[in-house]
Design a protein around this ligand. Sequence first.
Ligand SMILES: [Zn+2]
Length: 239
Amino acid sequence: MEEVAEGVWLLRGDLRGAMNIYFVEDGDGVVQFDAGTKAMTKKAKAAGEKLGGIKRVVLGHAHADHRGTAPALAAEGVPVECHPDDVADAESDASIAPYMDLSQLPIVPVRWIYSVLLRRWDGGAVKISGTVSEGDEVAGFRVLHFPGHAPGLIGLWRERDRVALVSDVVYLVDSARLRPLPEGEASVPHPAWAWDHAKAKESLRRLAALEPQVVGAGHEPPLRGENLRETLERAAEKY
Ligand SMILES: [Zn+2]
């Protein structure tokens, strides 16, 4: 585990270590932001314990590779929360969201690989015990609603050191080819995954306008820079 910003730890796991779970210090324990994949459950629990205990889980969004560890934590009584617009998908058995269209991925075998992987990554339906919305506070961060890739996609923003934890608002991976983007590059998620791709681009531009210095995304290590505005604005135009 790596401390990526003051009081923020990153646990990387599963495929190429590309799946991210963040732990944010909150009093004597931590809030877990995003829930990675099912295979990360043991490590996530151990990491949370080491940091004083997981007080609650906040999902960046409900996709299979972001809710994977949540059902096991919920079963132990840890509250799991998300944005109201992603509750239905989080509580659904479907590993592939109804709006995803894998046929838009240009490489045919990649479509098959994802349909297998998404089921493997998924921890299944999770009971949502509460919701968080734009403007709410989570462990010293402000909740921002970034709809597009998912209807209820949220990020956490901390103005004082310009840290943004944003789940899949931005990709540091080339999902169409199942590989990381070159270091320092970013992209709007591929439209194959999008609930509303035009809104996903708009949300990424909103993130750019915040001029963050650390962007902790859902996959791959954080993006860092004095001012990431230009990188993120360019990323919004990739698809
Ligand atoms: Zn996603």
